[in-house]
Ligand binder design. Structure first.
Ligand SMILES: Nc1ncnc2c1ncn2[C@@H]1O[C@H](COP(=O)(O)OP(=O)(O)OP(=O)(O)O)[C@@H](O)[C@H]1O
Ligand SMILES: [Mg+2]
Length: 159
């Protein structure tokens, strides 16, 4: 079928930012966070040190100001609770297949009415929901980052 709505990669909207500092990345994220709601899935892509955790820090500073974000690389998932909406922050750096993903409890988080923010989604293409935001980081130089936010299928009202 060629029904537009059956296109799994349908792009609803794309916006591009250029950030010149870690603080600017956090404030772009803080602004973006105002549009988010429970059930949204944020898929982060980009190299080591490109700013993914900084962006999550900005989101959490709006959703749960008293929460402190740390990289979940070893824990795989950090939960930020007690704010407007729960935020579940995954790092898929060490996940390569569905068995290892399943054992983190990843799939159970879809029932928990929160925002899921997953770093290193390059490693889990098989597990990404069709309805999501892709947030893609590119290093331009030491302090500049290109950040593309792509809304796939209908997520929240507007980015
Ligand atoms: N414009 C920028 N935006 C974000 N971070 C920046 C920027 N410029 C420099 N940085 C620096 O880049 C690093 C980004 O680190 P961060 O932990 O957010 O990256 P990451 O993409 O989560 O890496 P990892 O893949 O290791 O989890 C920090 O040291 C930060 O200070
Ligand atoms: Mg990180």
């Amino acid at each position: 079928m060629s029904d537009k709505n059956s296109d799994k990669n349908e792009i609803i909207k794309e916006i591009i930012f250029e950030s010149k500092s870690c603080e600017e990345t956090e404030s772009i994220a803080e602004e973006f966070a105002k549009k988010l709601k429970a059930g949204d899935f944020l898929a982060f892509f980009g190299d080591l040190g490109s700013g993914k955790t900084a962006f999550v820090r900005g989101i959490v500073s709006y959703i749960c100001p008293k929460c402190r974000v740390s990289s979940p690389t070893f824990a795989i998932v950090n939960e930020y609770l007690g704010g407007k909406i729960p935020v579940f922050h995954f790092d898929m750096y060490r996940i390569y297949d569905d068995d290892s993903l399943f054992s983190t409890g990843f799939y159970d988080y879809f029932d928990r009415e929160g925002i899921i923010a997953a770093e290193w989604c390059e490693n889990i293409p098989f597990a990404l929901p069709e309805k999501r935001y892709d947030i893609i980081f590119e290093k331009i130089n030491e302090n500049a980052r290109k950040i593309r936010i792509i809304k796939r299928q209908q997520c929240t009202e507007n980015i």
